[in-house]
Design a protein around this ligand. Structure first.
Ligand code: PBG
Length: 325
């Protein structure tokens, strides 16, 4: 019998007390690893609770400054901003107007909390009347027209005060187009966090209610097939080659294998998005008394960290900032 085996080796020795367990812990999560998503709606007077996301509301544009200050006071370091537009059209043009919702909300947030990192989700589904993430042409989202518009939106966002651009439309070449657009406008120092391996997922259901983007059809012609991981690696590595500064895998819990494989293949920082459906599952299961919310949050976000995420975008970020991990 090898000396490396029982009874000489007893892994339980290092699990005996909480102090020992803390000393041995391989993974930690702190609020500075977390990004908090927020929804800002124009033309409303009171916060609109999102019934499928208990605890999350659309913030009225006029309350944004106060809300942003409160978020910062809780300890949050970075927010991902989504606009809920009342001025939708075929191309989502409000999002690249200097007086449009996207520009106004970023300005307000930046003015209210200059130290808070403002990340702009760069996409069109919240701003188009058909709900797709770009310009629809002949029944399909037109890739090259859409990336031109994405670059315009990114420049407007940075002009308004965004610290980081997060393209989420899953168009080919979007990172290169945005990098070029930002560089041409003089924003050479603004990083891009690419939603690089973004899957066509049923876990986005509650988000679509939250962001007011009713879609007829689906996004399978641009978001990835959930059965594919080699293709996901190609997507992420292409975004790296196009100049992305941070790569992302989205959703979270069902795609940890993709994140772990990507971690082995790139030196870039990696983000994972714990999306609306993941949040809803935990909230509703906890409300039904089936699970302990705080512990499950810790376990799921801990898993993302363990699998290789440096950053986690999560609707639980504010609770964690307030109550600890
Ligand atoms: C696109 C975008 C979506 C999400 C983040 N950015 C929606 C989609 O791709 O359909 C989903 C996030 C979530 O479900 O929490 N702008």
């Amino acid at each position: 019998m090898s000396k490396d085996c029982f009874p000489h080796t007893r892994l339980r020795r290092l699990r005996k007390t909480e102090t020992l367990r803390q000393l041995m812990r391989e993974t930690s999560v702190s609020t500075s690893d977390l990004i908090y998503p927020i929804f800002v709606e124009e033309g409303i007077d009171a916060p609109q609770p999102i019934s499928s996301m208990p605890g999350v509301s659309r913030i009225p544009e006029k309350n944004l400054a106060a809300e942003i200050k409160a978020i910062q006071a809780d300890g949050i370091k970075a927010v991902m901003m989504f606009g809920v537009s009342h001025k939708k059209d075929a191309t989502g043009s409000d999002s690249w107007k200097s007086d449009g919702l996207l520009s106004r909300m970023i300005k307000r947030a930046k003015d209210a909390a200059p130290e808070l990192m403002i990340i702009s989700d760069t996409c069109f589904c919240e701003y188009t009347d058909h709900g797709h993430c770009g310009v629809v042409d002949g029944g399909h989202v037109h890739n090259d027209m859409t990336i031109t518009n994405l670059a315009k939106q990114a420049v407007i966002a940075v002009q308004a005060g965004a610290d980081m651009i997060a393209p989420s439309a899953m168009m080919d070449g979007q990172v290169a187009a945005i990098r070029q657009g930002l560089d041409d406008a003089g924003f050479i120092d603004t990083p891009i966090m690419a939603y690089s391996s973004k899957f066509a997922s049923s876990f986005y259901g509650p988000f679509r209610a939250a962001a007011g983007c009713d879609l007829k059809g689906d996004r399978k012609a641009y978001q990835m097939d959930s059965m594919n991981s080699r293709e996901a690696l190609r997507e992420s590595l292409l975004d790296e080659a196009e100049g992305a500064d941070i790569l992302m895998v989205k959703p979270g819990i069902a795609y940890l294998d993709v994140l772990a494989k990507l971690r082995e293949r790139t030196l870039l920082p990696l983000a994972m998005y714990q999306v609306s459906g993941e949040y809803a599952m935990i909230k509703f299961a906890a409300a039904a008394g089936a699970i302990d919310e705080k512990r499950v949050v810790r376990e799921t976000i801990g898993a993302m960290k363990r699998a290789g995420a440096d950053l986690i975008i999560t609707y639980f970020a504010r609770d964690i900032a307030r109550e600890g991990f």
